[in-house]
Design a binder for this molecule. Structure first.
Ligand SMILES: Nc1ncnc2c1ncn2[C@@H]1O[C@H](COP(=O)(O)OP(=O)(O)OP(=O)(O)O)[C@@H](O)[C@H]1O
Ligand SMILES: [Mg+2]
Length: 253
């Protein structure tokens, strides 16, 4: 497999708490991987390590063949500067449970902020692209609205458009629908389905097993800081080998 993102022997501690215990993972370009598992198993921390929001204690992550956070010279690794880290972090777009939009900026301003401010791209291009992205997430008519005027599902779709505006190589989703009212979950999932169908590389932490079944190429089950089982949705969801996976799935359904 030609992997876009890999994690090799990833170890992460919070003080003496061993939150990620030897995580080995790879995702190919265009692949969709869903991560499921009980609360506290380390799913968010794993995504945050990929995106360099957390420091890794040992092991490493690569994105597009580059080790994140370090520069290799011979067989030595040297930490990257903050500027280099900021550049690398643009390779992945992240969507959180809460949308984190700027409340005092319009939807359009929220979307162009990164491409203009961070990537220094021309305003006219950024605006044109932001409008195309808004159309893609079904919100062309909300460009001039403020986040507070939108429903949670609409805000989350703006957050997805904002992440896509940076042209990331991959998108990471951390329970993107779990803060939404049930009737708003579907509109966000359908945007994510469209992204998946159009070839976006995606890692999705979710409890939406229907989405996993329909969209994921692979499902990974994490428990207590480890990847316990992984497989196709059919293998893992219909016929799990590990009893912990079985228990979890029957509890969620
Ligand atoms: N900054 C931190 N400092 C100390 N412990 C932390 C920190 N962040 C997370 N943890 C702990 O690490 C463990 C894994 O947390 P994480 O948020 O990655 O779990 P999760 O699988 O995403 O859970 P959930 O399904 O509830 O979101 C938990 O026990 C959590 O309390
Ligand atoms: Mg989490």
């Amino acid at each position: 497999m030609d992997a876009l993102i890999t994690a090799v022997g990833l170890q992460k501690y919070f003080g003496s708490f061993h939150v990620l215990q030897d995580i080995n993972f790879a995702i190919a370009k265009g692949e969709v991987v869903c991560i499921i598992g009980p609360s506290g198993s380390g799913k968010s921390t794993f995504l945050r390590c990929i995106n360099q929001l957390e420091k890794i204690n040992s092991g490493y992550v690569t994105i597009g063949g580059e080790i994140v956070g370090y520069r290799r010279d011979g067989d030595k690794l040297y930490p990257l500067s903050d500027r280099e880290i900021a550049r690398q972090r643009q390779a992945v777009g992240m969507v959180f449970q809460r949308f984190h939009l700027f409340p005092h900026k319009t939807v359009l301003q929220n979307i162009i902020e990164g491409p203009m401010g961070v990537q220094k791209r021309a305003r006219t291009d950024c605006v044109e692209e932001a409008r195309a992205l808004l159309k893609r997430v079904g919100l062309a008519h909300k460009a001039e609205a403020y986040p507070g005027e939108l429903s949670g599902g609409q805000q989350q779709r703006v957050a997805i458009a904002r992440a896509l505006a940076m042209k990331p190589k991959a998108m990471l989703f951390d329970e993107p629908t779990s803060a939404l009212d049930p009737e708003l979950v579907g509109e966000v999932l359908s945007v994510m389905k469209e992204l998946a169908a159009s070839g976006t590389t995606m890692i999705v932490v979710t409890h939406e097993l229907g989405f996993c079944r329909e969209v994921a190429d692979r499902v990974v089950f994490m428990d207590a800081g480890r990847i316990v089982e992984s497989g196709t949705p059919a293998e893992l969801l219909e016929n799990p080998r590990n009893p912990r996976v079985k228990n979890f799935i029957s509890a969620v359904l």
